[in-house]
Design a protein around this ligand. Structure first.
Ligand code: GRF
Length: 201
């Protein structure tokens, strides 16, 4: 399967996919064909360049409207003819154009146990709430914010004295393994979505 991965930050989830694919994409069942971002100057793009991958950046502020940005991102992604698009820390909500093209084959990873703590601060919100466990969720993206059908989740304990950074790093250790496992299974086995249920053959 052809993957396009979208990033906005350090790209450690991207790196986990790159490391899992290694020099044998056939064994993993997928190859990353391009990496896209909503901003320049991030480690995620450096990781892609180091791996010799094509990259593209589409910044919201370069477009007259959010819809035009969404269309530009969709077209830039479509140029690589992905079978699956993976949001690995991509911090923008895509719109109708993107979902029209990639809905049903667009996967996101979120650092909380959805439906708890959706949105851009899931780690901070779980910590502030005083939750005892949190975790990560890999799900299909739908037209809501972190509301699409859940594929897999991993549980992470919250420890006394945790700050956001320490907890996020503990979550990411689980999240990276979960994302690599899920993307590989989706790519190798094929899947279909029945309402809120994801069936991987
Ligand atoms: C991940 O925890 C992702 O769930 C969240 O932001 C983080 C991105 O980390 N949205 P990285 O850029 O993959 O290191």
């Amino acid at each position: 399967a052809r993957l396009v991965v979208l990033v906005s930050g350090s790209g450690t989830n991207l790196q986990a996919l790159l490391d899992a694919i290694g020099d044998d994409p056939a064994a993993y069942g997928a190859q990353i064909v391009a990496v896209g971002a909503d901003r320049d100057g991030i480690a995620g793009l450096e990781r892609a360049e180091r791996a010799g991958l094509p990259t593209f950046v589409r910044r919201v502020k370069d477009y007259a409207s959010r819809e035009e940005w969404d269309l530009a991102l969709a077209e830039a992604t479509a140029a690589y003819e992905p079978d699956l698009v993976v949001s690995a820390g991509f911090m923008k909500i895509v719109g109708k154009e993107f979902l029209a093209r990639f809905g049903g084959r667009f996967v996101n990873t979120h650092p909380a146990l959805l439906p708890s703590f959706p949105g851009a601060h899931g780690v901070r919100d779980a910590l502030a709430y005083g939750a005892k466990v949190t975790g990560c969720t890999v799900h299909f993206v739908d037209d809501g914010v972190d509301t699409g059908p859940i594929i897999a989740q991993g549980v992470v304990e919250i420890r006394d004295g945790d700050d956001e950074a320490a907890l996020h790093e503990r979550i990411k250790e689980v999240e990276r393994r979960l994302l690599v496992d899920v993307v590989g299974r989706l790519a190798r086995n094929g899947f279909h979505i029945e309402g809120r249920k994801v069936v991987i053959q």
